[in-house]
Write a protein that binds this ligand. Structure first.
Ligand SMILES: NC(=O)C1=CN([C@@H]2O[C@H](COP(=O)(O)OP(=O)(O)OC[C@H]3O[C@@H](n4cnc5c(N)ncnc54)[C@H](O)[C@@H]3O)[C@@H](O)[C@H]2O)C=CC1
Ligand SMILES: O=C(O)CCC(=O)C(=O)O
Length: 418
């Protein structure tokens, strides 16, 4: 996690901004701002050289009013208890804004996975799955991938859970490999919803997406797919970055070629067809039509927001803007498509995966993408009609108004979503 803002306080401030537009009792509001429970555990595993090492891990279950807790597991040295709490809260409102029947959860292990072997990571992941076992289940809490985790880790968790429970329950986790019960389209889903949300926003704002100049911060699962699909619909991706630095091409990148280069070398820096290399800060303040932060929280704070030179920001990452940045950008008339909508494709296709697992009936990629398109477009329409009807200051607050109302309705109806 970069920057100084505490992401849990950012979440609470986003909820407060929306509550102004809603008629919610203060005790109910207070409940919406705190996790129901947080598991904190120490995982000791044997390293390849025989030593033991201890890793701190968390799982936060924020709110289950609309269904089982749902959300990814992150492996990163910057993971903290408050970060996991914030990420689990964002999941609650994300699932509500796209209207899928889940609450929100999130987990993390404090580790730089690049420093460990595959067998060490497997032992650690299986140890975490063993700790999580009593708290998860297809109707209880359903983890998924996030930063530095993917199909491999999800398969290890599923396998450990099923061995311990002596059952077959692929819906206990999503983001699995296809052969283990994963869904077509899940790997691409986060970047796909970012593209759809950006396309809808440009349409709403009467700006052409064809030829729009795009900068993407973070070239992992979410960022590279968003870049690739935006290129596919005619935008020009002029800048991309990862933790090693940023690169620029005036006429736009062949995003798939940059990805192949990153796969080979581990970074986007030194990519031969770039016009220039610069810093991540330069990328965030580049003159573009669309900026896509797709790395970590707090990428843009209030000071940096003064220098942002984009018309629209689509948040593929969770929490990339601080509340101060939001204030500055609203003032400057920069439209921000919030994370809880822009990156909701990931959890939406996780929902499709869970449905397919439970029915033991698997969909084509075409069907997955069509259903995803419908859900994200409907959510964008809900957002903009609320934005207009209540004369709300920005898209983020409008999204929270829609989402909070749905959570409160479920709570007041006295139980979980069917
Ligand atoms: N994977 C998923 O399904 C979903 C991911 N997200 C969010 O998207 C964001 C990225 O996640 P993934 O793409 O899955 O992770 P990832 O691990 O595949 O990629 C992260 C990328 O960010 C880069 N990065 C890290 N720090 C950076 C910095 N300071 N400046 C520039 N680049 C930096 C890394 O080098 C890497 O390219 C996170 O906020 C995550 O929570 C949100 C919804 C679903
Ligand atoms: O696929 C999921 O269940 C959750 C993905 C996730 O962690 C997120 O949307 O931030």
């Amino acid at each position: 996690m970069s920057g100084k803002a505490n992401p849990f306080e950012s979440l609470q401030s986003q909820i407060d901004s929306a509550a102004v537009h809603l008629d919610i009792e203060s005790d109910v509001l207070d409940r919406l701002k705190h996790p129901e429970r947080v598991l904190e555990t120490n995982l000791s595993i044997e390293l390849d050289d025989g030593r033991l090492e201890r890793f701190k891990a968390f799982r936060s279950q924020f709110n289950g009013d609309r269904g089982p807790y749902k959300g990814g597991i992150r492996y990163h040295p910057g993971v903290t208890r408050d970060e996991v709490k914030a990420l689990s809260g964002w999941m609650v409102y994300k699932c509500a804004v796209v209207n899928i029947p889940y609450g929100g959860g999130k987990g993390g292990i404090v580790i730089d996975p690049a420093e460990y072997s595959a067998s060490e990571l497997e032992r650690l992941t299986r140890a975490f799955a063993t700790e999580l076992r009593p708290f998860i289940g297809e109707d209880r809490d359903i983890p998924a991938p996030d930063v530095n985790t993917g199909q491999r880790e999800m398969n290890w968790i599923k396998d450990t859970y099923e061995l311990l429970e002596n059952t077959t329950e692929p819906g206990v986790i999503t983001g699995k490999a296809i052969e283990s019960g994963g869904s077509e389209g899940r790997v691409e889903a986060t970047g796909r919803s970012t593209m759809i949300a950006a396309r809808e926003a440009f349409n709403y704002l009467d700006k052409p997406i064809e030829g729009a100049r795009v900068a993407v911060q973070g070239y992992g699962n979410a960022g590279w797919i968003a870049a690739n699909l935006l290129e596919e619909i005619g935008a020009t991706v002029v800048a991309v970055s990862d933790s090693s630095g940023a690169i620029y091409a005036e006429d736009g990148f062949d995003t798939a070629a940059v990805k192949s280069f990153k796969n080979e070398t581990g970074t986007v820096s030194d990519y031969e067809d770039a016009d220039e290399e610069f810093t991540n800060e330069d990328l965030l303040t580049l003159n573009v039509d669309l900026l896509v932060p797709a790395a970590l929280e707090n990428a843009i704070d209030g000071d940096l927001a003064e220098d942002v030179d984009a018309d629209v920001i689509a948040e593929a990452a969770n929490g990339p803007l601080t509340p101060e940045a939001d204030e500055v950008l609203t003032e400057r008339d920069v439209h921000v498509i919030p994370d809880i909508l822009a990156n909701a494709g990931g959890v939406t296709v996780s929902y499709f995966e869970w449905v397919q697992n439970r029915q033991r009936f698997y969909w084509s990629e075409e069907r997955v993408n069509e259903e995803l398109e419908t859900i994200i477009c409907n959510a964008f329409d809900d957002l903009t009609s609320t934005y207009e009807a209540h004369d709300i200051e920005n898209f983020r607050t409008a999204a929270y108004v829609v989402a909070i109302q749905r959570v409160v309705n479920a709570f007041e109806e006295g139980g979980t979503f069917p």
